[in-house]
Write a protein that binds this ligand. Sequence first.
Ligand code: AMP
Ligand code: MG
Length: 487
Amino acid sequence: MKALDELTFDNRFARLGDAFSTHVLPEPLDEPRLVVASKAAMALLDLDPAVAETPVFAELFGGHKLWAEAEPRAMVYSGHQFGGYTPQLGDGRGLLLGEVYNEAGEHWDLHLKGAGMTPYSRMGDGRAVLRSSIREFLASEALHALGIPTSRALCVIGSSTPVWREKQERGAMVLRLAHSHIRFGHFEYFYYTKKPEQQAELAEHVLNLHYPECREQPEPYLAMFREIVERNAEMIAKWQAYGFCHGVMNTDNMSILGITFDFGPFAFLDDFDAHFICNHSDHEGRYSFSNQVPIGQWNLSALAQALTPFISVEALKEALGLYLPLYQAHYLDLMRRRLGLTTAEEDDQTLVEGLLKLMQNSGVDYTLFLRRLGDESATLAVARLRDDFVDMAGFDAWAERYKARVARDGDDTQEQRRERMHAVNPLYILRNYLAQNAITAAESGDYSEVRRLHDVLTRPFEEQAGMEQYAQRPPNWGKHLEISCSS
Ligand code: AMP
Ligand code: MG
């Protein structure tokens, strides 16, 4: 295990030079203090968890100190925001501090979000507030625990620095970890600014460092694009299966690695609602829950356009055609497992859709229903759960079909069924109201709630003694929280 000054850097992105990023020093926060740290994320850097409590930890991740080998850079990119192209975005408030190698030979980008103004800040102040930093921290670590590919979060550092949003808040920083911070929007930037040499350099960089196996293929760039399509299909299938709504699927927020990235006004569904819009600023519902699937493809098409200098349009189209069938296969596979099924039948798709429609019409809690379905035998579970449905006759018809399907699936004991289902059906998810409670306490200086919630969410499938309050439906106030982009 390492001390903080023992990290090993190798800043490969910084070496691409000034066409790709700009050297900027972090702007320190006043009175930096540890809000919460993730031991699991610290382990990725081989860091001794005890160092999180030392003053130098808050100084490093609060922008006061830097490692001698760090090379803080603001990256340039562009992207399609809500369907329209914005020619220049870039790290307006985050810095890539450098790339750290761990003992297993993996490298991790250290990205400090909320680190002050950069040449890409446009009208912004370069800051992130405590509220949104806690939300990003909790979401990253919660998604990871659910098995959903995501960037990770090492810690949140709070401060006394005033930051103005709709009201005065406090500045904070979140230290984000990912194998790369390259977005679809990086490729779009060099494509639309007509810089073919830099674009080729970027493509080589991504291919060599992140998709080396594609080098062996006859057309390495095409193989890489296909892999990106596949990873996105799988990631979005997991979002849909677990009720995660990203909220701002702009192409500048889409990772080239197919991981969940750039958390803003995200939400997990409480009641199942296919039309749910988690982003209060998304008036047209472009990024509503069910639209995430076609938008995933739209975003991949935007990336494909930017890759036309390297790959034929025909081949790009063919690769894009893989997205929907792959999405569907992953989604159905996960939903079968969530229903406790171990085999596949033609009609499973309609079995899933039928259940979701009933849940939608009755406002049934998505996570708790599926968890409780595994508590008992199919017969006992549906008998207990029918009370949650307004259309009881409709549910009874579905339940008969489900029981027959479970019977055809094969024999196992109730113990086996419960174990198998609970391993894929979380009891604890990051509900907006739980995050809000933790934020309210943290804003008044009490970090115990955010730490406890983080701890619970790292083991979402395991029933934890004394934590019943984290496995409840939201109270009424907690169902209608308005979350916007102003973070
Ligand atoms: P986001 O909605 O967080 O994905 O950000 C979109 C763009 O706005 C990115 O280029 C961000 O770096 C930039 N941005 C967001 N918030 C701020 C801020 N407070 N200060 C400067 N730039 C920001
Ligand atoms: Mg962003």
